[in-house]
Design a protein around this ligand. Structure first.
Ligand code: PLP
Length: 389
């Protein structure tokens, strides 16, 4: 699988990742977008300004990031937020009161918590559903369903959902289809081109790419909804600071080359896991045996850098594996240059215990970084050998 081609004429993905929204600074010629720390901007007369008045409403460094990412996702506009959760919250604010939401049965835990425990008490309802099961989606659909939330690949079992089919179904029924594209990134998958109405990101992950900034992003296809989201962004004010915007912009410049290495390292890791006696089952869309393999090959240009697996020896063995690596760091989060390992049931997905989203305690999740492939394989092998039957 190769990199993402440019959609139609115009500069390619990598070129836009480096240049879109970031011409040399007209004031100085600086080739890097300046970090504009100013909170307010001089006006030549009341209301006469250069497009910037106050930095909650708009900030030039944020504008550069928003233009760049909107271009990469193919949206009419993009909006940056202080975190992925703030981006999700802004999108949910597009819904009319008392809306019903279809959530993936294995949605990101924070998404589930936001919908269930913030929007739920405010009069919204939701149903967790396996979006790969058309009959289940049909059964869960209500007259008040206004949004289908898609994550693909899903977290932590990396199931693949058919974006085009789900978006078409939502459109037919006048509901929105929103895709959380955090795991795939626009380099590997562009949901708006497949019919989705909006894309959300935690830019904290692959887009930032270096575990040093928390951020979120939304891109949309409809100018009217974009206008409403711009209003929400300013009215609610969950905006990122200019230094955060700069860090995400800088991360995006190398997204393409990083994703290529994430994908090839993850494929090598998946092959090792499949053949290791301590491993019961491997979840990775690049494996032919993965139930979503063909769909992934159709809607993604690479398998991504996330791999998860069930340890044969049960939870005690899984805990020993996640504590036994040296190159892979035991930590939450994902998507950065360094490899991470974690135990979802006790870490990222602990809040799902007892809910329909509860995770198998034998599961280990890897965010495969861009270190030397042989170092990653050797590290995992020595950790798995300790618990091999
Ligand atoms: C991390 C993450 C989020 C939340 O983003 P934050 O930046 O942590 O607020 C949402 N969706 C997915 C898939 C994530 O991995």
């Amino acid at each position: 699988m190769t990199g993402a081609p440019a959609p139609g004429p115009g500069p390619g993905f990598e070129t836009r990742a480096i240049h879109a929204g970031q011409p040399p600074d007209p004031a100085t010629g600086a080739v890097v977008t300046p970090v504009h720390l100013a909170t307010t901007f001089a006006q030549s007369g009341p209301g006469a300004h250069l497009g910037y008045e106050y930095s909650r409403s708009a900030n030039p460094t944020r504008t550069a990031l928003e233009a760049c990412l909107a271009s990469l996702e193919g949206g009419v506009a993009g909006f940056a937020f202080a975190s992925g959760m703030a981006a999700e919250d802004a999108v949910l604010r597009l819904l009319p009161p008392a809306s019903h939401v279809l959530l993936p049965a294995d949605a990101y835990g924070g998404t589930y918590r936001l919908v269930a425990r913030v929007y739920g008490p405010a009069g919204y309802s939701f149903t967790p559903v396996d979006l790969a099961d058309a009959a289940a989606v049909e059964a869960a659909w209500r007259d008040e369903t206004r949004l289908v939330w898609v994550e693909t690949p899903t977290n932590p079992t990396l199931a693949i959902v058919d974006i085009a089919a789900t978006a078409a179904m939502a459109r037919e029924r006048s509901a929105l289809c929103v895709v959380d594209n955090t795991f795939a990134t626009p380099y590997l998958q562009r949901p708006l081109e497949l019919g989705a109405d909006a894309v959300v990101h935690s830019t904290t992950k692959y887009l930032g790419g270096h575990s040093d900034v928390v951020g979120g992003f939304v891109a949309l296809t409809s100018p009217e909804r974009a206008e409403r989201l711009a209003f929400v962004q300013n009215a609610v004010g969950a905006v990122p600071g200019p230094v955060d915007c700069y860090l995400v912009l800088r991360g995006i410049k190398t997204l393409a080359v990083r994703m290529e290495r994430h994908c090839s390292n993850a494929a090598a890791v998946a092959r090792l896991l499949v053949s290791h006696p301590a491993v019961d089952r491997v979840f990775f869309p690049g494996l032919e045996a993965h139930p979503g393999h063909e769909l992934a090959a159709r809607q993604m240009s690479g398998p991504g850098g996330m791999v998860s697996f069930l340890v044969r020896g049960g939870e005690p063995a899984a805990l020993e594996v996640v504590s036994g690596t040296r190159v892979f760091t035991l930590a939450e989060s994902l998507g950065a240059v360094e490899s991470l390992i974690e135990h979802p049931a006790r870490m990222t997905h602990a809040s799902a215990a007892g809910s329909p989203l509860e995770v198998d305690a034998r599961l280990v999740r890897l965010s495969v970084g861009i270190e030397t492939e042989s170092d990653l394989l050797a590290d995992l092998e020595q950790a798995l050998d300790r618990v091999a039957p």
